[in-house]
Design a binder for this molecule. Structure first.
Ligand code: HSE
Length: 418
């Protein structure tokens, strides 16, 4: 069976190296003569940017999707273009053409999860998306396994390599935000448009996929509250460090009762000694809680060429192993009606820093806080006010902050994780 690749970016080239150039042990899966399986290879790559350095892949590049869709020798399509519409249409067309699909595209999976899963089933093929969440961490397969026994009620984690890399470098080396983001882009951690990383869309898509799987009903990206890390400054890193905390970008969802789902993606402060605080650079950590197994945590590289390509090729091998079997894996249940109830279940003390650009700002910040916080500690220093509040529900604090932004535009805040 031949394989086609859509997109030859960072991950695409990593996959090509593993499958066609045999970096790693891919070939060893096919050397057992008893299985009589011939060694599969990538025979076509759809890449629109033919000015790209295509290295050893030259000779298999195509620019017309029909070359893949109408090629009966191609049984598996690996979709790694990124973006939304074109890849969504291609994945649909491939499934309809009876081709198995492997993708890392979390935007497409989170938006069209139920539809694509149903389409795969209708056409007797498999859709795999291990690399869409957690880079190299095998969380999708593991979650499916755990759900055979457990009712999963909580998912939380550091789910974005780019922002964790930025926050780690800011914390450890006092590096600047923009420079570190540029470095993350050059290494290949960041999305083509890194807004998705730093504004929280990448995390909310990943959280949406995991939550839909775990709670057996669709949780869309748009159902997830999200707030990015672009407001953070060196003074926040310094101040929170002196208070004994580390800033992390957390995705968190909880199923309360049978149908009530709460989700949030936001900067959070963890005690310096906690496990989360010690997950650094492009590493991710994902915790799932099941009613039988309790809490499980998974740690590994969440972004980058080799780790992500490893997850993609794992999916390819999974498909190659089941080809010819009568019973394809049972699709996930995704039809439970869930109530998406915002962030109200999350609570904590809050850290807030605001820039005092005029003489009214201090009063405006303190009066806004007065509406939600019964007690607070306030420090004013160098045209900044720093506040730590008593415990407040996240939905109340977020609403207050949104309102405050109208009069005091420059501030950063984070919930202290309890
Ligand atoms: N841009 C993503 C990240 C890539 O930084 O985590 C892996 O999904």
């Amino acid at each position: 069976m031949n394989i086609a690749l859509l997109g030859f970016g960072t991950i695409g080239s990593g996959v090509y190296e593993l499958i066609n150039l045999n970096k790693g042990k891919f070939e060893s899966n096919f050397t057992d003569l008893a299985t009589q399986k011939s060694r599969p290879a990538i025979t076509k790559i759809l890449e629109r940017d033919i000015t790209k350095d295509l290295g050893d892949s030259v000779g298999v590049i195509v620019t017309d999707p029909k070359e893949i869709l109408e090629d009966d020798s191609i049984g598996i399509v690996i979709a790694l273009m990124g973006g939304m519409d074109f890849e969504y249409e291609m994945i649909k067309a491939c499934l309809k053409a009876g081709k198995h699909v492997v993708t890392a595209n979390k935007a497409v999976i989170s938006e069209y999860f139920a539809e694509l899963q149903a389409l795969a089933k209708e056409n007797g093929v498999v859709l795999r998306y291990e690399a869409s969440v957690g880079g190299g961490i095998p969380i999708i397969g593991t979650l499916k396994e755990e759900m055979r026994i457990n009712r999963v009620t909580e998912i939380k984690g550091i789910l974005n390599g780019t922002t964790n890399f930025i926050l780690s470098k800011m914390t450890e080396e006092m590096a600047g935000f923009e420079d570190t983001l540029a470095l993350a882009q050059s290494i290949g951690f960041a999305e083509a448009d890194p807004t998705a990383d730093v504004e929280g869309y990448d995390v909310s898509r990943k959280l949406s996929i995991l939550s839909s799987m775990a709670y057996e009903g669709i949780v869309r990206d748009e159902d997830v509250y999200k707030r990015g890390i672009t407001d953070i400054g060196a003074m926040d890193i310094e101040m929170t460090k002196s208070l004994g905390y580390v800033v992390k970008f957390l995705g968190h969802s909880i199923l309360d009762g049978k149908r009530d789902v709460y989700t949030t993606v936001e900067p959070v402060l963890f005690k310096a000694a906690s496990i989360m605080s010690n997950v650094n650079s492009e590493f991710n950590i994902i915790s799932i809680t099941g009613d039988i197994i309790g809490e499980l945590q998974f740690y590994g590289k969440g972004a980058g060429k080799d780790a992500t390509a490893n997850a993609v090729v794992g999916d390819v091998l999974y498909i190659l192993n089941i080809v010819g079997e009568q019973n394809l894996p049972r699709p996930l249940r995704l039809n439970r009606k869930l109530n998406k109830l915002g962030t109200g279940i999350f609570k904590g003390k809050y850290y807030l820093r605001a820039n005092l650009n005029d003489k009214e700002s201090l009063d405006q910040v303190l009066s806004a806080l007065e509406t939600v916080a019964s007690r607070k500690t306030v420090i004013v220093n160098d045209n900044h006010v720093y506040v730590v509040t008593s415990v407040i529900a996240a939905n109340e604090f977020n609403a207050m902050a949104e309102k405050l932004r109208e009069t005091v535009p420059e501030f950063f805040y984070a919930r202290i994780y309890e």
